[in-house]
Design a protein around this ligand. Structure first.
Ligand code: 2P0
Length: 351
C-alpha cells in the first residue's frame, strides 16, 4: 500500500519594513508592501507532516501535539482547500496520477521553540503547512505561487517560504493574485548580518496582530500617511541597501520603520502599546552604542526592531554580536531570560 505523506520545515521571519493593515481581511491583502529576513533553518522553525489517506474521516490538525479545530471557511480550511484544488487540477490533466486530492488529510505541526516565547509562530506555521501539503501533492509550483496560499493563512507567512531577504509585494488586484512574496537576495548574498533575539517577556500579547491592525486601519491618520508617502520609498531604499550590502542604510531604515510601526500603534484609537520599559531601555542602549560607533568609525553597529510585542530583535554584523550580548547582559542582569541560551539564540555565534 502506498503511503502518501510528506514533511517540510519553515523558519520564522522578522520584518524590517512592517506589514500592518489589510485592505481585504478575507483574502489577507495588505495596505503596504513589507520586507523581512528569514532566520536560519536550524534556529526557530515549524516542522509539519501531512498525510493523505482514504481511511481518514475528515481533515484534522495537531499543533505541538494538541488538536486544533479546522473551522469551516477559516484560514486553515482555506489553505488546505487551495492546495487540494491545485492537486485536483494536476489529476485532471494527467490520468496516471493517483487521485489523492479527494482523501482527507491529517496534519501535525511542531515548533522547535516554546510557543509561549512571545515570538510569532503563525508565519513559520502556515508556511510549513503549505510547503508540506505541496510536497505531499507533488505540486510543481514555485515558492511565490505557494506564498499566495500561505498569505491566506497569515499575512507574514508568505515571506517564510523563502530564505534570506524577502519582500511581500502588496499587489493591486482585488483577487489578490499579485500579492505574493519574492526573494530580494538569498542568505548567502549577505551572511554577515546576524539576528539576536532578546526575550523581554514571554507572555501572550494583549492585542492580537489581526485585530490590532484593523483598529489601526479604521482610526489612524498616520497609517494613511505611512502607506502613501513612506513605505514605497523605504521598500526601494532597503532593497538597494541589501543588494549593496550597505549595513548603515539597512540599519537606519530598519530602526525608522520599527519606530513608525509603533507610532501608528500609538496613533490607533484606543492606542496599542507593544513595547514596555525594558524594550525602550534596549532602544536607548543601541542608540548609545551606535552614537559611540559613529563617532569612532563613522558606521552604525546594530539595528533594533520590534514586532507586535516587547521582545527586541537586533540585527548586526557578526563581528559585533558578542559585544552586543555582553552589553545587554551587563545592563539587564535582572532579566534572567537573557541568560537563557534560547533568548540569546545566536549563541552559537557568540561562543
Ligand atoms: C510583520 N507583523 O511584518 C508585522 C510587524 C507584526 C508586526 O506580520 O492577521 O500575524 O495573520 O495576517 O501576519 C503580524 O501579522 O497577521 C505581522 P495576520 P500576522 O511581521
Amino acid at each position: 500500500m502506498t503511503v502518501y505523506q510528506a514533511t517540510a520545515s519553515a523558519p520564522v521571519n522578522i520584518a524590517c519594513i512592517k506589514y500592518w493593515g489589510k485592505r481585504d481581511t478575507k483574502l489577507i491583502l495588505p495596505t503596504n508592501s513589507s520586507l523581512s529576513v528569514t532566520l536560519d533553518q536550524d534556529h526557530l522553525r515549524s516542522t509539519t507532516t501531512s498525510r493523505a489517506d482514504p481511511s481518514f474521516e475528515k481533515d484534522r490538525l495537531w499543533l505541538n501535539g494538541e488538536e486544533d479545530e479546522i473551522k469551516e471557511g477559516g484560514r486553515l480550511a482555506t489553505c488546505i482547500k487551495e492546495v487540494k484544488s491545485l492537486r485536483r487540477q494536476l489529476e485532471e490533466k494527467d490520468a496516471s496520477l493517483p487521485k489523492i486530492s479527494g482523501y482527507p488529510v491529517h496534519i501535525s505541526s511542531h515548533n522547535n521553540f516554546p510557543t509561549a516565547a512571545g515570538l510569532a509562530s503563525s508565519a513559520s506555521g502556515f508556511a510549513a503547512l503549505v510547503a508540506s501539503l505541496a510536497a505531499l501533492y507533488q505540486l510543481p509550483t514555485d515558492a511565490s505561487r505557494l506564498s499566495l496560499i500561505a498569505r491566506q493563512g497569515s499575512g507574514s507567512a508568505c515571506r517564510s517560504l523563502f530564505g534570506g531577504f524577502v519582500a511581500w509585494q502588496m499587489g493591486e488586484k482585488a483577487d489578490g493574485s499579485d500579492s505574493y512574496a519574492v526573494q530580494v537576495a538569498p542568505r548567502e548574498h549577505w551572511p554577515d548580518v546576524h539576528a539576536l533575539i532578546c526575550v523581554v517577556n514571554d507572555e501572550k500579547k494583549g492585542t492580537s496582530s489581526t485585530s490590532g491592525m484593523q483598529r489601526t486601519v479604521e482610526t489612524s491618520a498616520l497609517l494613511q500617511h505611512r502607506i502613501a508617502h513612506v513605505v514605497p520609498e523605504r521598500m526601494r531604499a532597503i532593497s538597494d541597501a541589501i543588494k549593496a550590502r550597505d549595513f548603515d542604510a539597512f540599519a537606519r531604515i530598519t530602526m525608522q520603520d520599527s519606530n513608525q510601526f509603533h507610532a501608528v500603534c500609538l496613533d490607533t484609537d484606543p492606542p496599542i502599546f507593544y513595547m514596555n520599559d525594558v524594550s525602550r531601555a534596549i532602544i536607548a542602549l543601541i542608540v548609545e552604542y551606535n552614537r559611540v560607533a559613529l563617532a569612532n568609525s563613522g558606521k552604525l553597529k546594530a539595528a533594533y526592531t520590534y514586532d507586535a510585542g516587547p521582545n527586541a530583535v537586533i540585527y548586526a554584523p557578526k563581528e559585533n554580536i558578542k559585544e552586543i550580548v555582553e552589553l545587554i547582559v551587563k545592563y539587564f542582569p535582572q532579566a534572567q531570560a537573557f541568560k537563557d541560551p534560547f533568548a540569546l539564540f545566536s549563541g552559537k555565534d557568540v561562543q
